[in-house]
Design a binder for this molecule. Structure first.
Ligand code: CA
Length: 288
């Protein structure tokens, strides 16, 4: 067990985000949102750009049939790496662009949008059903970010970044509906703001702290357990990967940093990894 982080891809991403373990291909998907890039990092090899769009790519997840599902621009799409083909499924009605997304245990793909924070509440959270329908779930969102589910699948965790909280909902696996919203973790006194999150097999919630130089682990009751420090300020998201799901991958960003910041943080935009002695949950794929 170690909280020491290593740089695995010195990717200099403008906005590295959405790390997602692809168990079928034993590799890590991640995006550079602003570059419109989807990357695939192979722990035994290299990092390659497997898709580049001329629109922002907020999130990616593997599909059960071998393709990729994307939250990009202002909508959802499917992509086949073999055919090099992107198929748009439809657009959303709130927010400037798609942001963080993830699949739930039943294989639906969830993603939210973001809007300039001077217009709070004008973005949304959406659910892409396996049949391709786009369902609005939350309509009063500003900067939709981290999503995750408890090991038993009965609780969904969610971050709307400007609120500086991690909220929990009761989650109905059968229908995908969420109820009983409550604040699980209040981060208003913490350094930075909550961005992406992942849940481990013991139910712990790992939160990437944008402008907070860290990833924080909270237990399922919302009690702070650990803080992993990083050499970069803009820590954006994290997930477990590796063949034993015992590696924590962490993304970061360069966007918005000054030249002085970048001189102090040469690894801003890198993909990091550590082995915290905890394993992640098996990642879910889109069953569309
Ligand atoms: Ca994010």
């Amino acid at each position: 067990m170690s909280d020491e982080v290593e740089v695995v891809v010195d990717g200099r991403a403008m906005l590295g985000e959405c790390p997602m373990w692809d168990a079928d291909r034993q590799s890590l998907l991640w995006v550079d949102i602003l570059a419109g890039e989807v990357h695939r990092y192979r722990p035994d090899g290299d990092d390659s750009v497997v898709l580049k769009l001329d629109v922002p790519v907020g999130a990616v997840a593997p599909c059960a049939d071998g393709g990729l599902v994307l939250a990009a621009d202002r909508g959802f799409a499917l992509h086949s790496e073999e055919r090099g083909q992107t198929t748009w499924l439809g657009a959303v009605d709130r927010g400037e662009r798609m942001n963080d997304g993830k699949c739930d245990p039943a294989g639906r793909f969830w993603a939210g949008t973001m809007i300039d924070e001077s217009s709070p509440g004008k973005a949304g959270l959406y659910r892409l059903e396996p049949d391709g329908r786009i369902v609005p779930v939350l309509t009063s969102v500003t900067l939709s970010n981290g999503l995750g589910w408890s090991p038993d699948g009965h609780t969904m965790y969610y971050i709307d970044t400007p609120a500086r909280t991690v909220d929990a909902f009761d989650f109905d696996l059968e229908t995908g509906s969420i109820t009983n919203r409550r604040v699980l973790v209040d981060l208003r006194e913490a350094e930075g703001r909550p961005d992406g999150l992942t849940v481990d097999s013991a139910g712990g919630i790992w939160i990437a702290m944008a402008r907070g130089w860290s990833v924080r682990r909270y237990d399922a009751h919302g009690v702070l357990d650990r803080v992993i420090r990083l050499p970069v300020q803009k820590v954006t998201s994290c997930t477990f990967g590796g063949s034993g799901l015992d590696e924590l991958y962490i993304t970061s960003a360069r966007s918005g940093l000054t030249s002085d910041d970048l001189a102090e943080q040469p690894y801003a935009g890198a993909l990091f990894r550590c082995r915290p002695g905890v394993t992640g949950l098996s990642p879910h794929s889109y069953r569309g």
